[in-house]
Design a protein around this ligand. Structure first.
Ligand code: ADP
Ligand code: 5SP
Length: 480
């Protein structure tokens, strides 16, 4: 019975699951925290991965390993493979000006958006790797001069697991390549002209592997803690959202709403999308299909922040939110705590509207936090369906889905039922399922559909979104 391992190197932590390749049964797991901040030394991801491996009792008995990770983060390597500077993460907004410049240089406004959407399926925003490269070239020329290769968090970890043998064997997959801004899901090829346009010169980039192509072998000596396997295959890995879609077994017609550090709404599609407004990013999925996706910068941490403000834990926050009426008697939270990506407001701050003596209670604030976060995701769901994506089933995953208030309020805000698989690490599961496909071979991936999915239904409450829409634009920017 071969075992396989899947990692989720996400914004806040590294999670590892070790599963039976054939049945998908969970055998062992581990996790370790990542440091806070929007720029992180990749060495910290490696340390967390090693700690997760040690906690899970090592990888000595696994036949294949895949790594999924937070998308877009810019990992720059010099000619000897050393990291040039800490990685800028997907939620680092300093490259917002670079994004605006890249759109302007392509014709500006709708024409600029159309150019990028047609070329690579995405319109530059601060999250995109291409805009981070432009920022580096303009703001840190000495560091930029040293860069020989650029890759993404999951590419770098896969490369380290293979023993980091020089720049040539950097590998990635379609899903993560599609978030760079210089790889086209529609053609399956790099746009080196756009990489050069962003950075000023060409760089080495990872080879883009198909779903069942191996990224080499796990290096026995690569892992100090926990021990390496005698011989294990490395999978191509994936961006975390694509891995979640694969882990939860999403099919065309399903929309997945993931409430992690980021909020994402995405579906598996048979054809690529090209939204010139940039609201829907036209990513690729793990299997050879496509993954149109809307991403917000503010999701589960809105709940963390609300709990901190109220001095309660997350379960109490949930109880409080459920004790207030739908719409919180008109109290609205616009949760742009880290700026926002959708809508594109990188400098915005959050705000609370509708304070009265009646609404000045912990319960109202808790409810407004949950509803505000969900309204932003409901806008994403609308944008996705406007692009022609079907939403026959809405699947709720991510750390935020552990909140009873989120599960029960989501159908009211979305105006449709949601299904919630049992709490789990679906990104790591997607990576493990990819590793199992590699280990077992075959035309199709093994069927690991999660059992015990629950449906939550409620009447939609239109007033919640109407009031949120009225408040949405009235926010302050960060002080200069
Ligand atoms: N019971 C809960 N209620 C609300 N939020 C929760 C709960 N459990 C975990 N979370 C939140 O989920 C987030 C982590 O989710 P996760 O999907 O692992 O994020 P990421 O993959 O981006 O690191 C944290 O911000 C955490 O506070
Ligand atoms: O930028 C995106 C998607 O485009 C984010 O979804 C990141 O991939 C981070 O994911 P989490 O750590 O929140 O899972």
């Amino acid at each position: 019975m071969p075992l396989v391992a899947g990692f989720d190197s996400s914004t806040q932590s590294c999670k590892l699951v070790i599963r039976d390749a054939e049945t998908g049964a969970l055998v062992r797991s581990g996790r370790a925290a990542h440091p806070d901040g929007t720029e992180v030394d990749p060495a910290a991801w490696w340390a967390a991965l090693e700690a997760a491996v040690a906690q899970a009792g090592g990888l000595a008995d696994v036949a294949a390993v895949s790594v999924a990770g937070q998308q877009h983060g810019m990992v720059c390597l010099d000619a000897s493979g050393e990291v040039v500077r800490p990685a800028l993460l997907w939620n680092d907004t300093r490259s917002a000006g670079a994004a605006a410049d890249l759109i302007e240089e392509a014709g500006g406004g709708e024409a600029g958006g159309r150019f990028w959407a047609d070329a690579v399926g995405v319109v530059p925003v601060a999250s995109s790797t291409a805009t981070k490269l432009r920022w580096l070239a303009r703001h840190e020329p000495a560091n930029a001069d040293r860069v020989a290769a650029v890759c993404l968090p999951h590419d770098w970890l896969t490369w380290r697991l293979s023993g980091a043998p020089g720049l040539d064997p950097l590998r990635t997959d379609r899903s993560d390549a599609s978030g760079t801004g210089y790889w086209s899901p529609a053609t399956g090829e790099y746009r080196f002209d756009l990489l050069e346009r962003a950075f000023g010169r060409r760089l080495e980039v990872p080879d883009v592997l198909g779903a069942t192509q191996s990224a080499g072998a796990l290096d026995r000596a690569a892992l100090a803690a926990g021990g390496g396997a005698d011989w294990a295959l490395l999978g191509p890995g994936a961006g975390d959202n694509a891995a979640a879609a694969f882990g939860v077994g999403a099919r065309p017609g399903d929309v997945v709403v993931s409430i992690g550090t980021s909020g994402t709404v995405f579906s598996v599609a048979d054809a690529p999308t090209a939204d010139p407004t940039g609201t829907v990013a036209g990513f690729a999925d793990v299997t050879g299909r496509y993954l149109p996706l809307v991403c917000t910068l503010n999701a589960a941490r809105v709940l963390d922040a609300a709990a901190t403000m109220l001095g309660v834990d997350l379960d109490t926050l949930s109880d409080l939110a459920l004790s207030a009426p739908p719409g919180a008697d008109g109290l609205v939270m616009v949760p742009y705590l880290e700026g926002e990506r959708t809508p594109n407001r990188p400098s915005a701050t959050g705000s609370v509207h509708g304070l009265t003596l009646r609404t000045s209670t912990p319960a109202h604030l808790a409810r407004a936090a949950v509803e505000g976060m969900l309204c932003a995701l409901a806008d994403g769901l609308d944008a996705l369906t406007a692009q022609g994506c079907r939403a026959e089933r809405v699947i709720l995953v991510g750390g935020g889905a552990r909140s009873a208030a989120v599960r029960r309020i989501a159908p009211q805000v979305f105006g449709r039922p949601v299904v919630v698989p049992p709490p789990g690490e679906y990104v790591a599961d997607g990576a493990a399922r990819q590793a199992a496909w590699l280990a077992l071979g075959g035309q199709d991936a093994p069927d690991w559909s999660p059992a015990g999915t629950q449906e939550y239904a409620a009447d939609g409450v239109a007033a919640v979104r109407e009031r949120y829409a009225a408040a949405g634009d009235r926010v302050l920017d960060r002080p200069a």
